[in-house]
Design a binder for this molecule. Structure first.
Ligand code: SF4
Length: 343
């Protein structure tokens, strides 16, 4: 066993996390759901979502027998909604092709929507107790610093090298403890900023610590500025305080979620506004908000309008919602944030 893995396992037995909700009575399904939720999201944020999700969808069949809208309502506010959509799609495939049983083979796991090599590794290691590597963001950072890998972390050749290192350092037994330990050290000790090296079980052999360059690693390729896209929201409410939302049927980051009526140009919004019953009241306008996605920033401009008369011009994908109903549908984070503001 490598010194890296033995130190990690020893540390985890004494100090690692053992009582996260997905670690209690664990199984491959729980590991899968938690791993997908933990992609791009902090543990503390995930816990309440995980608990709610598991009480509604305790197994593959309950998830597969649901519908996308319902699944997304349990994802509301967690962001990166393709993760929720993929969970649902994958559950359907597992139900149909794997008799509702999570597969343990790497290739079969990787063939499912939303399961990459690292998530598959975590399911195999933590869920099935197999000898399988992971390489999530936390594990990458630990390995990059421990082995002083100075090539930019986002390059393909660095990724290939890190996967080799991850595989070569797997212990023959207690791989699940090793996997949890490297995740824990990455998130609790070897943090992105100000890693707590004096408390780290790897401090003696870690090359970055020895050379005092832990704060400079990992390196990244120079960043390109994110492009900015514009969105113009028309926020319509009626005399009963209900809000008009549209369901994003088309492709895109918010596919399947309910949003305010949105336009890419302010003129299109104006034209729509001109078709409304004339005696409306503008409640607020020019409120701006920004949402940052992985590949671009979205600048949102809003107008809030109260309608006096019923607005009947609803196409299939629009509906009025009162405040109770809003809690039961899938909403993207910027819409939830805006609703908090106008509560
Ligand atoms: S010693 Fe410091 S840099 Fe090295 S793995 Fe531990 S926390 Fe990270």
């Amino acid at each position: 066993m490598s010194i890296l893995s033995s130190n990690l396992i020893r540390w985890h037995k004494k100090s690692g996390r053992k009582d996260l909700p997905w670690q209690i009575d664990t199984n491959p399904y729980k590991v899968w759901i938690s791993e997908v939720m933990l992609q791009q999201t902090q543990v503390q944020t995930v816990i309440p979502y995980f608990l709610k999700f598991m009480s509604k969808f305790p197994n593959i069949d309950s998830l597969a027998n649901s519908n996308e809208n319902e699944v997304l309502s349990y994802w509301s506010g967690l962001g990166y909604y393709s993760r929720g959509r993929n969970l649902f799609k994958a559950a359907k495939i597992i139900q149909k092709e794997f008799s509702s049983t999570m597969p343990s083979c790497l290739e079969e796991l990787e063939s499912l929507p939303g399961i990459g090599k690292s998530t598959a590794g975590a399911i195999r290691s933590l869920g099935f107790k197999l000898k399988a590597p992971i390489l999530d963001g936390n594990a990458k950072r630990v390995l990059v610093r421990y082995f002083k890998i100075e090539d930019p972390i986002d390059l393909n050749k660095t990724s290939i090298e890190l996967w080799k290192i991850a595989e070569n350092n797997l212990p023959n037994k207690e791989c699940d403890i090793y996997t949890q330990a490297i995740m824990d050290v990455g998130s609790l000790i070897c943090k992105r900023r100000n890693p707590n090296c004096p408390e780290c079980p790897l401090k003696r052999k870690c090359l970055a610590n020895k050379e005092n360059i832990q704060n400079t690693l990992p390196n990244k390729s120079p960043k390109k500025a994110k492009p900015i896209k514009k969105l113009y929201w028309l926020i319509l409410q009626n005399k009963n305080g209900e809000l008009l939302l549209e369901n994003r049927k088309s492709k895109g980051v918010w596919k399947g979620l309910w949003t305010f009526i949105g336009f890419e140009e302010s003129n299109s919004r104006l034209r729509y506004q001109e078709k409304l019953p004339k005696d409306y009241k503008i409640l607020e306008e020019g409120i701006k908000t920004q949402h940052v996605f992985t590949h671009y920033k979205l600048d949102i401009d809003t107008i809030s309008i109260e309608l006096n008369k019923d607005f009947q011009n609803l196409d299939n994908n629009k509906a009025w919602f009162n405040s109770d109903e809003l809690t039961g549908i899938g909403l993207p984070a910027p819409v939830s944030k805006f609703l908090e503001r106008i509560k």
